[in-house]
Design a protein around this ligand. Structure first.
Ligand code: MD6
Ligand code: FE
Length: 211
């Protein structure tokens, strides 16, 4: 069903049901392998040390992490095991090529796991040096309520429902818009073996040509 995108920041794209059931299952198997090599952990907020409610891990040459003393950053190793992050699965590289509209490949994929009652507060993804590249997100499992506003935290927000297999692309103005995840609807899907929802965000960290 077409939706009026006028109130959404320019460069925001929501592709409902983009991934077939088969591609969702294949990506889910890839996530299970990633988690076996790089276990989920709960990062802590800068300064306060308050833990995120969402569990996280990464794949790719760089992973996004946060802790009390070091703040938000990208690093090549898992903060608890010290091992390099597992490689980006081919299915995610394919997806980026299909929807990102950006020649250079992604370097990082943050894997978020939302269990019942967890959320992700309003934020801008701004820890990347290459802000020209979009961020591409994949939803797997339980349905969730996502919000996106504008460049200021107080800007009015639009809310959309993200189902399993949906893709969101933040490019252009939307790349610098506040957004977050209000809640999931627990038990609305049985795709995720641990239950809940997986969100994958694919990012380019450094400008092309600098690694
Ligand atoms: C989520 N998504 O869907 C949270 N960030 O669980 C994000 O924070 C996000 O969907 C950048 C681009 C797309 C996103
Ligand atoms: Fe984000």
């Amino acid at each position: 069903m077409p939706r009026d995108n006028a109130a959404f920041p320019s460069g925001f794209r929501h592709l409902p049901g983009y991934l077939s059931k088969k591609r969702q299952a294949s990506l889910m198997r890839a996530v299970v392998d990633i988690v076996a090599a790089a276990p989920f952990y709960r990062p802590a907020m800068p300064r306060t040390g308050k833990p995120f409610s969402v569990r996280m891990t990464n794949c790719g040459s760089l992973g996004w992490i946060s802790d009390r003393t070091g703040g938000y950053r990208y690093q090549p190793n898992h903060p608890q095991t010290g091992k390099p992050w597992p490689a980006l699965p081919a299915g995610l590289l394919d997806l980026w090529m299909e929807v990102a509209g950006y020649a250079a490949p992604p370097q990082a994929c943050l894997v978020n796991h939302y269990e019942a009652g967890t959320r992700l507060g309003s934020h801008i993804d701004a820890d990347e040096q290459d802000m020209a590249a979009p961020v591409v997100s994949v939803s797997l499992g339980d349905t969730a309520v996502f919000h996106i506003g504008g460049p200021r935290r107080a800007d009015p927000k639009q809310r959309i429902t993200l189902g399993s297999g949906d893709i969101v692309v933040l490019a252009g103005d939307a790349r610098l818009a506040y957004h977050g995840l209000d809640r999931i609807h627990p038990g609305s899907s049985d795709l995720v073996p641990w239950g809940g929802r997986i969100n994958l965000t694919l990012r380019r960290v450094t400008p092309p040509g600098l690694g």
